[in-house]
Ligand binder design. Structure first.
Ligand code: 4AD
Ligand code: MG
Length: 465
């Protein structure tokens, strides 16, 4: 492949070939110096660390040097030399500097001084150029890659679930409508409702909240599958852990019961965290230093601990007996809130927790019912600082039991006829779960707001960029 010569800064920083000519290209982080010598610190995103460029001020055009400000993009050809300065082992002695793009210091919003994460959200188009977002984005990439590697190594097949869907079977919350009808003058039925028969797909369609139902169809042929795609929820939850658009990983396994499902979830999460420690340590050390001194410790601890497994009923007993003052009161039958989940994980057990046996009323129609007639084989994996990171279950594979439940829940059979068919033809015990990708990234990076672990967050009243 032909491309203009460039040495990645990550490679140059590791090189010991002093005296060799290198070409580094990137964005200026800082420039300092005096009349005789200039020090430029630059970064190309290949690593958290900058390379220092040293330029003999008398050897370069004064106007060119004036253009080299924080944020400018430059190319430097020079000699790799051993550094005498502190904090770096190599530097580049500049022979030639080209300015690709200036960044006027009077208007460029990112300056040397640190900026608040709130301010950076307002300039999300520029925040990848900060150390923090460079680190987060590299870790995000590494986690996405590790997810595919894990499943591929375990013999799972990657299934692309549709993003536009005609069913709201999951019941996971309000959905975003997808339509091409004229919003000012949509065709109406005699009863005044919009006539979606005239819409693009001939029916009402939405953005998917989950790829699970489609993954189940594929699991009933390929046995082990997973999806990894964007999902959308129009709930008005303005919290540090909710996005309206987020990515979800949903493995689905034929021949797995709820215990196998828990084993996979625990093994999978530990693999991903170990992968981050093995492959992203420079970025993790930066985040540990800047935001969360417990980060690396916490990652190591989670890998070392056996996750605590207990039933929802046992958990409610612990919460009730705790004598804590809850914002949301808790009793058998209520859905657990983040404050309850975090109490169990952080205060009571001091390690991740997997809860199972939830009341069927607070879970989706497809979950396998227990013999008690009250609970289902759901499982939520709860993590320190995060609360729920994974939600999943064994699925109801019995057609009669499933039909009973969808009738109880008033789900129209015509919406899920294809799903029911899998229970008619060659049904099998199976299970699966969904990992919220951004919740994983929150945990691994130690960031505290989910808006700061996705390049362009979508939240209520916010779809800029
Ligand atoms: O628990 P949830 O709703 O489960 C499902 O969607 C199932 N279909 C999964 C399955 O069994 N295949 O969502 C799964 C995970 C949650 O545990 C959480 O980590 C994440 O998705 N999640 C969100 N992440 C960010 N913003 C939101 N609004 C989220 N809602 C769920
Ligand atoms: Mg859930």
């Amino acid at each position: 492949m032909e491309h203009t010569r460039r040495n990645k800064i990550v490679d140059v920083l590791k090189s010991k070939e002093f005296g060799k000519e290198v070409v580094v290209k990137g964005w200026v982080r800082t420039k300092r110096g005096n009349k005789s010598v200039i020090f430029i610190s630059m970064n190309d995103g290949s690593a958290i660390h900058n390379i220092q460029v040293v330029a003999d001020a008398t050897g370069f055009d004064e106007d060119l040097l004036k253009q080299i400000n924080t944020g400018a993009c430059i190319a430097v050809t020079g000699t790799l030399v051993e550094s005498v300065g502190q904090g770096q082992s190599v530097e580049v002695q500049a022979k030639q500097i080209e300015v690709y793009g200036i960044a006027d210091p009077l208007v460029f919003p990112l300056q040397k001084k640190g900026h608040s994460l709130e301010f950076l959200r307002e300039i999300a188009h520029l925040r990848p150029r900060t150390n923090t977002f460079g680190a987060v984005l590299r870790i995000r990439h590494a986690m996405a890659f590790a997810i595919h590697k894990y499943f591929n190594d375990q013999g799972f097949f990657y299934i692309h679930a549709p993003i536009i869907t005609g069913s709201d079977a999951e019941g996971a919350g309000a959905m975003f409508r997808v339509t091409t009808l004229d919003d000012k003058n949509p065709p109406l039925l005699p009863d005044g409702h919009v006539d979606y028969a005239q819409d693009f797909f001939g029916k009402e369609t939405k953005l998917t909240v989950s790829g699970q139902l489609e993954a189940e169809l594929a699991a009933m042929a390929l046995s082990l599958v997973y999806t990894f795609g964007p999902t959308f929820r129009a709930e008005n939850s303005n919290t540090p852990r909710h996005l309206a658009e987020f990515w979800m990983i949903e493995p689905e396994m034929a021949f797995y019961d709820i215990g196998d499902n828990m084993d996979l979830a625990e093994n999978f999460l530990k693999y991903l965290i170990q992968y981050a420690l093995d492959n992203c340590i420079d970025d993790l050390e930066f985040l540990n230093k800047m935001y969360d001194n417990e980060l690396i410790n916490r990652l190591r601890e989670v890998i070392g601990d056996k996750f605590e497994r207990l039933t929802y009923t046992e958990a409610v007993d612990i919460l009730v007996a705790s004598g804590q003052q809850w914002e949301f009161p808790v009793s058998w039958g209520t859905d657990l809130q983040s404050e309850h989940e975090r109490y169990l994980v952080e205060k009571h057990f001091g390690k991740p927790v997997i809860l199972t046996g939830y009341p069927k009323e607070i879970k989706a129609f497809y979950m396998k019912q227990n013999e008690d007639g009250k609970t289902v084989r759901a499982m939520d994996v709860l993590f320190p600082k995060i609360g729920e990171i994974i939600g999943g279950s064994q699925r109801e594979e019995n057609l009669e039991a499933l039909l009973r439940r969808i009738h109880e829940m008033n789900i129209p059979e015509k919406d899920v006829w294809w799903y029911l068919d899998t229970r008619r033809f060659g049904t099998v015990p199976h299970a699966g779960f969904g990992l919220g990708f951004e919740r994983l990234i929150l945990f691994v990076t130690g960031m505290s707001n989910i808006r700061d672990v996705i390049p362009f967050p979508r939240t209520p009243k916010n779809a800029e960029f």
